[in-house]
Design a protein around this ligand. Structure first.
Ligand SMILES: C[S@@+](CC[C@H](N)C(=O)[O-])C[C@H]1O[C@@H](n2cnc3c(N)ncnc32)[C@H](O)[C@@H]1O
Length: 250
């Protein structure tokens, strides 16, 4: 049985979409070293989900901007939500439930992947069983989907958690599985404006807790994408601490 088939309701679709062998299934199920080393406390520890799955806490981590950033990300992904949408990695809070309120009325379907099974189970627990959703335990840097499978994709605060080589592969893979011309919408950290108090404050926070995040301050998102990737001008939020960029390929 394919590893990403977490529940029976999703099994049929997984079979149709995914090239699966026992070898790829076992690779997908492994939590990457950077997650167990640097993010065990947020995603991997058995108590992580029950601690972090609180809307107010996730909002506080984003300095009160969660709703605004979520809405901006999903507005950039739309307005057309027909066909298939891919969310690369789960997110705490109501990001996916809100996305489904956009996808479902248009008869679309949402696929969500995450490399940590507990994150997928947590997501499923937040959603009604009849939601037009398929979940997959899968590594973002090795997506087991065919080229151009999705009409659009979203990366919501994933890239800053990844070492550069994994980040590059994640972007390349997400572009590969998104149709040519389809949007890959990225919400990420960025370097705050010079006058922002968050600039000084966030350096120790990110250095201690999120060691790869400062990369996103130093270079534009498109620098981590394959040659020829198109990118919109970043839209900045909260004195520049966050950025929204849409990538696409021909
Ligand atoms: C997308 S980020 C979102 C962070 C943000 N603080 C939030 O929850 O809203 C966190 C998720 O990324 C997942 N993740 C990290 N690296 C991954 C990878 N290589 N493949 C798939 N999922 C990954 C983690 O397991 C976690 O569920």
């Amino acid at each position: 049985m394919p590893m990403e088939s977490v529940t029976d309701r999703r099994f049929d679709v997984v079979q149709a979409d995914v090239v699966d062998t026992s070898e790829t299934a076992s690779r997908r199920s492994q939590v990457p070293g950077y997650l167990s080393q640097h993010y065990w406390w947020a995603y991997v520890h058995p108590k992580a989900v029950s601690f972090f799955e609180r809307q107010w806490l996730i909002n506080a981590i984003l300095w009160g901007n969660y709703r605004r950033l979520k809405e901006a990300t999903q507005a950039a992904l739309g307005p057309d939500y027909g066909g298939r949408t891919l969310q690369v990695a789960c997110a705490y809070g109501d990001f996916t439930p809100t996305l489904l309120t956009r996808v479902a009325p248009q008869g679309g379907r949402l696929d969500v992947i995450d490399v940590v099974p507990a994150q997928i189970h947590n997501l499923e627990a937040k959603l009604p069983p009849d939601a037009p959703l398929r979940t997959h335990v899968m590594d973002a840097s090795r997506l087991d989907f065919p080229d151009g499978r999705f009409d659009r994709s979203v990366l919501f605060f994933l890239l800053h958690e990844q070492p550069e080589d994994v980040r590059r592969r994640t972007i390349a893979e997400t572009l590969r599985v998104t149709k040519p011309g389809g949007k890959v919408v990225v919400m990420e950290y960025a370097r705050p404006r010079w006058w922002s108090p968050w600039r000084l404050l966030m350096i120790p926070v990110l250095t201690v807790l999120e060691p790869f995040a400062i990369d996103m301050w130093r270079r534009p998102v498109v620098d981590f994408a394959p040659a020829g990737t198109r990118a919109t001008e970043p839209k900045r939020f909260f004195a520049g601490l966050y950025q929204l960029v849409t990538l696409s390929r021909d």
